[in-house]
Design a protein around this ligand. Sequence first.
Ligand code: ATP
Ligand code: MG
Length: 570
Amino acid sequence: MGLQRTMPSVTLSLRLLLAFGCVAVLSTSLLGALVRFEWRRTENERFDAQVQGAKDGISLEIRAEHDAVQDILRPLCKHDAFVDRTLVDLEAGRLDGGRRLALAQLVPEEMKALRLDELVMVTGTGEVLGAGHDPSLLGTRRNDFASILSSKNPTGRVRPPSLYDGKPVSAALTGTCAAHAGNRTVGLLGARHIQPVLERLSKAYGVRLALEGTPDATVLPNEIAQQIVIDEAAGLRVIVAKSRLDLDRHLETLDHWILMTGGVTLAVAILLAFVLARSLAKPLAALSHEVGEVVAGEPRPVTVRGTPEMRRLAHAFNKTLHDLAALRQRHAALERIAAWREVARRVAHEIKNPLTPIRSSVETLRRLKNRDDPTFDEFFDEATKGILDDVHRIATIASDFAKFARLPAPRPAPLDLEDLVRTVVSMHSVQGMTIELVLTPCPIVRADRDQLGQVLTNLIQNAVDAAQSVTTTPHVWVILEPEGNEYIRLRVKDNGPGVAQDLIPKLFEPYVTTKMHGTGLGLSIVQRIVIEHGGEIAYEPQPTGACFAILLPCAGPVATETTSSIPLGE
Ligand SMILES: Nc1ncnc2c1ncn2[C@@H]1O[C@H](COP(=O)(O)OP(=O)(O)OP(=O)(O)O)[C@@H](O)[C@H]1O
Ligand SMILES: [Mg+2]
């Protein structure tokens, strides 16, 4: 018998919420991670492209700058009076002190006008006639200048940084031109320093530029660098470096935004999941609540609402309920007929037993009377006494049956079961007999005091009968304890012989007894009262003795039909 109650597990709405929540968390995290990855990749590529673009642009600009130095000088040697006159004077031997002084002043002015950083006028023999950037060169003879002028292709070249006479010489983009008359040559050597050019380009392109070999050329850990070869032969290279700090800061802000957006999206998704889970689970929970009420004893149709599937389910349930009610009615009617038949059979059997001796006594009396038998008077007393005993037995059977059939419906009221148990047990105290109480404090129940008293009396009487019948130390236990918050469990145990195996299936049927003077109605009355109180009763076999266990709801009988479950009317 199912006397155990199962505990509620995780609700559907919680499960749905967990499922939707997991989907939301997973999809948002995945999407966030993908967006972040893609965004970072694009930004890194853009950064690399910027560095590459700067490198290409700067290469072109340096080349253009170099060409410009050459382009500036070339026309001066061809048509300009500045070089022509000096050549003529040099050839005619007119390059006296006054003319040299004039040249020494003219060259620096020309250098400024042409926006060059260096300008030197030299003769073919290397004599310096004018020096714009370093007056100490004036009048000196420089073989290196002479060799530049006399080279086959005295065009521009790149000059790496170096030392001359212990003095540092800056890296520069240089240009040369020469004019010849007879065996005389006058030329110009001009240069633009690379460092200012790099500074200008560095600002224009937003990168750091440094000549390789200088301390500035060290690439920092947070920089991306490329190399520009300005002149392979001169071994002059420029490092183009761009700091990743801005990019990293930008990516950090990006992460921050992705995290914020992800957080908000997640919150919205979880909220939606919550709403969705509730809206899906609510009609189900309402339906299950109503079904629970129906199962607990209120056979009314459940409300049809919610999604079409839920409505179909409710309709199906209502139809099943209707069919079940019809089936139950039919079953109850059949059961009633069967019960009547059984009871009629047993009552007839009980009444027939004393009728046989009555009949045989009356027949014997008639026979003795007819033949005027002298033993008639002697037998008359004995026979009429037996007949009266049997009639009395028939009357007892009839009155017990009437009592059983007339058992009224329970009238529940708040009842302290512990108190009732003590009262009933005190009435059963027998000499040499132990009735032990094991009472755990229980909540107040709603029950009919008289009827539950009858239950206890019957069970304890049976236990006492059984224990006394076999053992010299008869012992009966009455155990009362709460079962969860809503039920109370009552057990009556004894150390008697236990119920015979073949008797167990019909133990609760009326008129089943193994006792000489028993009616066999005790347990069927007990079962009927317990069921009418909304409870359950079961026989629990023990290694020694018997145990009857009752589970009673604290709420008391469900107010439905007021007739008895075994409708044996008067
Ligand atoms: N505690 C028990 N131990 C062993 N057998 C039992 C016990 N309780 C009941 N029975 C068996 O069940 C039978 C039916 O019990 P029930 O109380 O219905 O009727 P009864 O006790 O025989 O008669 P009455 O109750 O009218 O005195 C008993 O005759 C007995 O054989
Ligand atoms: Mg009994």
